[in-house]
Design a protein around this ligand. Structure first.
Ligand code: GTP
Ligand code: MG
Length: 179
């Protein structure tokens, strides 16, 4: 049994999930297939201080409606495997379309952290996105700003992941003790 906390990378196709996954897990990754399915299943490990975390790169999906294989895999993973945290990677140049999935993820009740990626392209197009305001509008879900393909934002992401996982551990402690 793997007792490391799991974080799952979720988002629309082509938003930078695998770029982030590869940078976080380096060579420590395992590639297989979802059982009975040909969609690639990638898992790796990340060290956050003394803690080892399992990172899973889920297939790109626009919704959790379970109409397509990708949607079904992503939905099943969140609902059945219950990762400690879903990292929702969002394309900052396409915020509105991406927020459709954000709303569905919030509905599942999973702990969520948003990566606002592709900020280089958003800035090129003169978009300004207020990450703090976005976080406030989403009930305080943490928002981390990144340009993953240029290696920008990874320190902030790791700090945020460590902080959120610590917070989740602390809030879960009393439940575990009383069980
Ligand atoms: N300009 C820019 N390009 C990026 C950024 N992050 C990733 N990319 C590029 O976007 C493309 C898609 O990145 P992937 O990491 O494969 O995206 P993905 O979300 O895993 O895509 P799927 O697995 O198909 O859903 C690649 O060419 C990346 O190099 C970024 O912050 N800025
Ligand atoms: Mg990918």
């Amino acid at each position: 049994m793997n007792s490391n906390p799991t974080i799952a990378l979720v988002g629309n196709p082509n938003v930078g999930k695998s770029t982030i996954f590869n940078a976080l897990t380096g060579a420590r990754q395992h590639v297989g297939n979802w059982p009975g399915k040909t969609v690639e299943k990638k898992a790796g490990t990340l060290k956050l201080g003394t803690q080892t975390v399992t990172v899973v790169d889920l297939p790109g999906t626009y919704s959790l409606s379970a109409y397509s294989l990708e949607e079904q895999i992503t939905r099943d993973f969140i609902v059945q495997e219950r990762p400690a945290l879903v990292v929702h990677v969002v394309d900052a140049t396409n915020l509105e379309r991406n927020l459709y999935l954000t709303a569905q993820l919030l509905d599942t009740g999973t702990p969520l952290l948003i990566v606002l990626n592709m900020l280089d392209m958003a800035h090129e197009r003169q978009f300004t996105i207020d990450a703090i305001q976005l976080s406030q509008a989403l009930d305080g879900v943490p928002v981390v700003e990144m340009t993953a393909s240029k290696g920008k934002g990874f320190d902030a992401l790791k700090r945020a992941l460590a902080g959120v996982l610590l917070q989740l551990r602390e809030t879960q402690q009393p439940m575990e003790l009383s069980a």
